[in-house]
Design a protein around this ligand. Structure first.
Ligand SMILES: NC(=O)C1=CN([C@@H]2O[C@H](COP(=O)(O)OP(=O)(O)OC[C@H]3O[C@@H](n4cnc5c(N)ncnc54)[C@H](O)[C@@H]3O)[C@@H](O)[C@H]2O)C=CC1
Ligand SMILES: CCCCC/C=C\C=C\C(=O)C/C=C\C/C=C\CCCC(=O)O
Length: 285
């Protein structure tokens, strides 16, 4: 299904980013792997080039919290591959003790990556169209008292995704927005210490209680999103007890009426989204 996608993936040296990249390569795509960790990234590049071919992927060291670094890396990927038609904003950290750093990586980094992708891909400005996938979290849909700062970055990212996806000009732009919201998943980020989360012991108990996704299930959810002929506005949740759930959150009733000139007012606009969010919160609890 997913053939010849040329992707730019952040945080690809390990964990989900690496797994998404490998899945894209296995489907015949090409990937620019980027990460702040150069040594690990180069090892992954070497391994994946051996498996899929030297011309299919390359690694670039890139710190998503630096707008300049991100732009240079994105431009280098475009120079190498000719164009990019899938951007996966995946890089992220969990660190309650360093709120500003976390906001710069998880939120600003993903938003900056999205804008680079949008400007490059938009058909109304000479691009070829494409898809922006933002890797948020179920912590972007439901409160997590032991990681409020992390939660804020992910709620912010879900809000950005929903806002971009609701743009009535997207048709001319030829760009779609999908959002992946996994719950706890078996990667390095879960090997946190007591500085990285509040109420560490309670956090550990809750994580064990709700369960941990295998990386493979999250990859399946990711591929469903990327392979969908129209993923715009979609949010996929992946949880240990409910597996992959697909939530369509495109333009709501309020927005459609705005298009046709029948403005209903902000209360209707908000309730359109709230009812959808409540659906998820009820399921999660
Ligand atoms: N594992 C989990 O339980 C969940 C993870 N997520 C999200 O998935 C994404 C990937 O995380 P995982 O693979 O689980 O964790 P991970 O820790 O294994 O991988 C994160 C990657 O991001 C990279 N990174 C960190 N800071 C960076 C920066 N400034 N610039 C570029 N790269 C940077 C790291 O070097 C690492 O390779 C994150 O956005 C995370 O918030 C979402 C829900 C659950
Ligand atoms: C919670 C942040 C800790 C620091 C970062 C480490 C891991 C990140 C994990 C996530 O992003 C997932 C976070 C929260 C999950 C929220 C709700 C889980 C509900 C699951 C269920 O009902 O099955």
């Amino acid at each position: 299904m997913l053939l010849k996608k040329t992707a730019f993936v952040t945080g690809a040296a390990q964990g989900l980013g690496r797994a998404f990249s490998e899945a894209l390569l296995a489907k015949g795509g090409r990937v620019c792997l980027t990460d702040i960790q150069a040594k690990k990234g180069l090892l992954v590049e070497n391994e994946l080039q051996k498996k899929f071919g030297k011309d299919k992927c390359m690694f670039l060291q890139c710190d998503v919290s630096s707008a300049e670094n991100l732009k240079q890396s994105f431009n280098a990927a475009v120079s190498k591959f000719g164009h990019i038609d899938l951007i996966v904003n995946n890089a992220g950290i969990g660190d309650e003790s360093n709120m500003e750093k976390m906001i710069k990586i998880n939120l600003v980094g993903a938003i900056s990556g999205s804008h680079l992708g949008i400007e490059h891909m938009r058909k109304d400005k000479g691009g070829k169209g494409g898809v922006v996938i933002n890797v948020a979290s179920t912590a972007g849909l439901t409160p997590v008292y032991f990681s409020p700062n992390y939660c804020a970055t992910k709620y912010g990212l879900v809000g950005f995704h929903m806002s971009c996806a609701s743009n009535p000009h997207l048709k001319e732009m030829g760009v779609q927005f999908g959002c992946l919201c996994p719950a706890f998943t078996d990667t390095e980020i879960l090997k946190m210490d007591s500085k990285k989360v509040d109420y560490y012991d309670e956090a550990q108990k809750i994580i064990q209680h709700v369960g941990i996704n295998p990386v493979e299930t999250v990859v399946q959810g990711f591929l469903q999103l990327v392979e969908s002929p129209n993923c715009n506005g979609d949010i996929i949740t992946v949880t240990a007890h409910d597996g992959i759930q697909y939530k369509k959150k495109g333009r709501n009733k309020w927005m459609s009426q705005f298009d046709s000139g029948q403005y209903l007012g902000p209360r209707n606009f908000l309730s359109g989204y709230q009812s959808q969010s409540i659906e998820i919160i009820v399921k999660v609890n």
